[in-house]
Design a protein around this ligand. Structure first.
Ligand code: PMP
Length: 368
């Protein structure tokens, strides 16, 4: 008996498991690229007060177009990346996953193709599957960078409606140089495609790497997706957003469900944005911890990929599952993801990283 017996589930969904890393109750959680530092009591009280205001009006539907939040997000991007955007150029949903699903709903569909370059974020093919969009994965180079001319050739060959570029990329941590991004966006524009630069980890990038938001004025076919889940320390709030041309955002407004962003979510996001300096206050520390983790992994004879994000891909192991399991046995949960033989560790607090190093050192000595 199959799990869906008697139900008319779509044929192509039958073999899938729901997406998601194991949620286990262990002391050291380094598996889903969260910010390990919770908000201060001061920020918590402010967020709670705004949620109370929202609760008093909860008999009514929320603001469907949430232009207040969109203006706050535009102001944040102006501070963070020097972008000058109108509130109508911003869009938000319940996590950047939902923002990107809106893009596939609007620009993908039967007879159309979405293209990305592997290894990359494993939800992308799921957005394609769920919108009946064909999926094509080109390859990144051995060092996980993206070759400009190969990327352009892949776009010319497959003529995708949607190109997804993660920068910094998950699970490799690799950021795209802005000239490579621009060349891809320009080629996509010439072929009538849209490009999403997924900058979920942008705030962790190393100094001097410009955000793709700097390209927005020149390219109406570009969207830059961001999230409050990572650097912003708000994964539980479920707020993702993007910046694009007004006409790009207008296309997303067609496919969104009415009132998709609850009054509670809007209140939480706006209050959190008022506390952005505090919530982002650990980013520099996490960057330092990340670079030290890369150095340490190399010092014990492992490979580690240079990272512009809050995680590091490292390896390689003949039996990566055994290493993952041995870490878990020590109470350290990391992620078994990426190309064969590699593992990914999120950057936690100094204490958590010390626990990770101690456990891995022991495992390496015991020759798992
Ligand atoms: N993009 C990338 C590259 C990610 O790694 C993630 C989360 N793992 C997301 C988008 C989605 O995050 P959220 O829906 O929490 O905004």
């Amino acid at each position: 008996m199959g799990a869906f017996d008697g139900l008319p589930i779509r044929e192509e969904l039958k073999s899938f498991e729901p997406y998601g890393a194991p949620q286990l109750d262990v002391p050291v959680l380094l598996n889903v690229n969260e910010n390990p530092y919770p908000p201060s009591e001061h920020a918590v009280a402010d967020i709670a007060a705004d949620v109370a205001v929202a609760a008093r009006g909860m008999n009514r539907y929320p603001d469907r177009d949430f232009l207040g939040l969109r203006a706050d997000l535009a102001a944040y991007l102006a501070r963070e990346s020097g972008a000058h955007l109108e509130p109508e150029q911003l869009w938000a949903a319940n996590g950047s996953n939902e923002v990107m699903l809106h893009i596939l709903q609007a620009f993908g569909g039967p007879g159309r193709t979405a293209l990305s370059f592997a290894p990359t974020y494993s939800m992308y093919p799921e957005y394609a599957r769920d919108t009946n969009t064909a999926w094509v994965a080109g390859r990144r180079a051995e060092d996980f960078t993206l070759d400009r001319s190969k990327a352009i050739a892949a776009i010319s060959r497959h003529r995708p409606s949607v190109v997804l570029l993660a920068s910094p990329n998950n699970p490799t941590g690799t950021a795209l140089p802005i000239d490579v991004t621009e060349a891809i966006v320009a080629q996509a524009a010439a072929l009538g495609s849209v490009v999403v630069v997924d900058e979920a980890y942008a705030e962790f990038r190393r100094g001097g790497t410009p955000s793709a938001v700097s390209l927005l004025p020149a390219y109406p076919n570009l969207a830059v997706a961001r999230t409050m889940s990572k650097a912003f320390a708000m994964a539980g709030g479920r707020v993702g957003y993007l910046a694009a041309s007004k006409q790009f955002v207008d296309a997303l407004r067609i496919v969104r469900l009415p009132y998709h962003l609850s009054a509670v979510t809007q209140a939480v996001a706006r209050a959190a944005l008022r506390h952005s300096d505090e919530l982002l206050g650990r980013v520099e520390q996490l960057r330092v911890e990340r670079d030290e983790t890369v150095d340490w992994l190399r010092s014990v004879g492992l490979r580690a990929v240079d990272s512009d994000a809050n995680f590091v891909l490292f390896g390689t192991f003949a039996d990566r599952h055994a290493v993952w399991q041995a870490l878990l046995d020590d109470g350290v949960l990391i992620r078994e993801t990426g190309p064969a033989g590699w593992l990914r560790v999120s950057i936690g607090t100094g204490e958590e990283m010390a626990a990770f190093r101690a456990s891995l050192e022991r495992i390496l000595k015991s020759d798992v």
